[in-house]
Design a protein around this ligand. Structure first.
Ligand code: SF4
Length: 321
C-alpha cells in the first residue's frame, strides 16, 4: 500500500486571546488522504475549516498553538520552520487553489508574468524556455493562451479561477488544497471549476477541498469529512453520504436536509462560540436526538462522533434527525 500524501493525526489549533481566554478552532482532526483521492471537508462558516487549511500552510497567526501531527509527503508541517515551509511546502508540496482568485493574483502583473515568475521560482525553468513553459502551465488549467497577456482585472471570474489553478499546479505539488474554490461563482462555473479540480486529482494528486458547498462536494468527492465546532464529527464515503444510507450524524443529516433540492429546512439554532464550547457534545443544543448521555463529549470512532447516530433501526422508526 502506498503511503498517504497527507496524514493528520490529532491536529488541534487553539488561539490564545486577551485575558487568558482560549479559542479551540480545530480539535483532534484525524484523517489520511491518498494520491488520486478527493476529500471534501464541509461544514458551516466559522467551523474551523479554513484554520485547518492555514495550519497546513504554516500561515497561522502568532497567537496560535498547535498540537498533533500533520504530515505531507514526508514533511511534518506543524514543527517545520518558515524556511522549510517557504522552500519545500508552499507551492512544492501543497498547491493552494485560493478562495478569491482575483485577490490572490497580483493586480499589476499579467497572468503570463505571474506564471513565469512561479516557474522560475518553483522549477528553475531557464529564461529562454519561460514563454513556452508558461503556455504549457496555462494549458494544464485550461487557461486560454490568448488571454495570458491580460491583467487580473481583465479576466472573468472563471478565467481568474483557472489562472490561480495554473499557478497552484506549477510546482507539481502532490497535494492540492482548494479553500472554498467556488465562492461567488454561479452554478455552471462551480461545476466547471470543481470538475477541473477533480481532473487534477485523477492525474495523481491528492485533493483536499474545503467547502460549504455540498453540491460541489457531491459532484467530485470520494469521501466527505463533516466539521462542526472545530471537530470532525463524521467521515464517510461520498456515495454513502450523499446517497443511501445517507449521513449518520444528526448535524450532517441537517446539512443535507437544508439543501434547496432536498427539504430546504435549515438546521435550527446557531453553532456555539469556539471560545465557549460546552463540555459535552457541541451540537446538543441543536440536536433532536440529544439526551443525558450527550453531556459527555462523544469520541470519534468508526467514522462518527455521536452517542446516537442514525442507523438502520432508527431509519425504520422514522427520521428523527
Ligand atoms: S452526541 Fe447526542 S447531541 Fe451530539 S449529535 Fe449525537 S445525539 Fe446529538
Amino acid at each position: 500500500m502506498t503511503a498517504p500524501v497527507l496524514t493528520l493525526d490529532g491536529l488541534s489549533v487553539r488561539f490564545r486571546m486577551r485575558g487568558g481566554r482560549h479559542v479551540a478552532a480545530v480539535s483532534d482532526a484525524t484523517f489520511d488522504l491518498a494520491a488520486g483521492e478527493c476529500l471534501a471537508l464541509v461544514g458551516e462558516s466559522g467551523c474551523g475549516k479554513s484554520v485547518l487549511a492555514s495550519a497546513l500552510l504554516g500561515l497561522l497567526p502568532g497567537n496560535a498553538q498547535t498540537a498533533g501531527r500533520a504530515v505531507v509527503d514526508g514533511i511534518e508541517l506543524l514543527g517545520a520552520d518558515e524556511k522549510t515551509l517557504a522552500r519545500a511546502v508552499r507551492g512544492r508540496r501543497i498547491g493552494l487553489v485560493p478562495q478569491s482568485p482575483a485577490a490572490h493574483l497580483t493586480p499589476v502583473r499579467t497572468v503570463r508574468a505571474q506564471l513565469e515568475e512561479s516557474l522560475r521560482e518553483l522549477t528553475g525553468t531557464p529564461r529562454r524556455e519561460l514563454r513556452r513553459a508558461a503556455e504549457a502551465a496555462a494549458e494544464r488549467a485550461s487557461f486560454p493562451a490568448g488571454h495570458l497577456d491580460r491583467f487580473p482585472h481583465e479576466l472573468s471570474g472563471g478565467l481568474a479561477q483557472r489562472a490561480a489553478t495554473a499557478l497552484a499546479l506549477i510546482g507539481d505539488a502532490p497535494l492540492l488544497l482548494a479553500d472554498e474554490p467556488t465562492t461567488g461563482l454561479d452554478r455552471p462555473l462551480v461545476d466547471r471549476t470543481v470538475d477541473e479540480l477533480r481532473r487534477h486529482a485523477d492525474d495523481g494528486r491528492a485533493l483536499l477541498m474545503i467547502t460549504h458547498d455540498l453540491a460541489a462536494a457531491a459532484r467530485i468527492a470520494d469521501r466527505v469529512a463533516v466539521m462542526y465546532a472545530g471537530r470532525i464529527v463524521e467521515l464517510a464515503a461520498a456515495p454513502d453520504f450523499f446517497g443511501e444510507p445517507g449521513p449518520r450524524h444528526p448535524y450532517a443529516r441537517g446539512l443535507l436536509a437544508a439543501l434547496p433540492e432536498r427539504d430546504f429546512t435549515p438546521v435550527p439554532g446557531l453553532p456555539p462560540e469556539l471560545g465557549d464550547l460546552p463540555r459535552g457534545c457541541a451540537f446538543a443544543a441543536r440536536c433532536a436526538r440529544a439526551d443525558d448521555r450527550c453531556e459527555e463529549r462523544p469520541r470519534f470512532t468508526a467514522g462518527i462522533a455521536c452517542h446516537h447516530p442514525v442507523g438502520l433501526s432508527t431509519r425504520l422508526e422514522g427520521h428523527r434527525a
